[in-house]
Design a protein around this ligand. Sequence first.
Ligand code: MG
Length: 253
Amino acid sequence: MIHLRSKDEIAIIRRSCRIVADTLELIAKMVEPGVTTISLDQEAEKFIRSTGAEPGFKGLYGCPATLLVSIEEEVVHGLPTDRRLEEGQIVGLDVGALVDGYYGDHARTFAVGQVDADHQRLINRTRECLNLGIQAAVAGATVGDIGHAVQQHAESAGYGVVRDLVGHGIGTRLHEEPQVPNFGTPGKGPLLREGMCLALEPMLNMGTPEIFTKDDGWTVRTSDGLPSAHFEHTIVITAQGPQVLTTYDNEMN
Ligand code: MG
């Protein structure tokens, strides 16, 4: 079922979302050539616990990490290791938190040092897709309107939109109904209503949309080995329009 959250519930989700936004702000400052991905994970967990919250992913579905770290051709769900980030790479960082039984979910893709124009363009376009998806998430529209907005902007730039992984409702579970694909037909799919909390998360591939899961059982990567980017915000649909919860100042990125 699709939950419509009360003001009190949204207030808790907002706290959870601010913690993940603050976490990525903190970790963003550590993203540089030479840093190990496990050190980013450890710092993220330390910070989240210092707020009194719990990591949202760790332990869920057997996930061993607080921060999922996906480098270059890795799309999402990369596990932190002693691997070091390298100049010119892009890295997706995805983090969840749990506060008083409610989740927040947030992801951004960062440049490691200086990246080339192709990588930067992929990052920029993916962030734009998220923002367009958010703008489409108004009461009375549909899930298909969100997907259509994302797909149009991604494919018009020649990028592949990942179809096997989707955004989702969020609340007392990390993944709730409805599923929110990054492709779709305007006017189709579940109706968007005030009080719905959604995690929108476009994943754009420089090449093919096809992906597979690596032998570690977690890391999802592109089939052609070309880079992928991922941005995610948790939002609530209000009478005044969509509101981004995973940011402190309510900017759209
Ligand atoms: Mg998510």
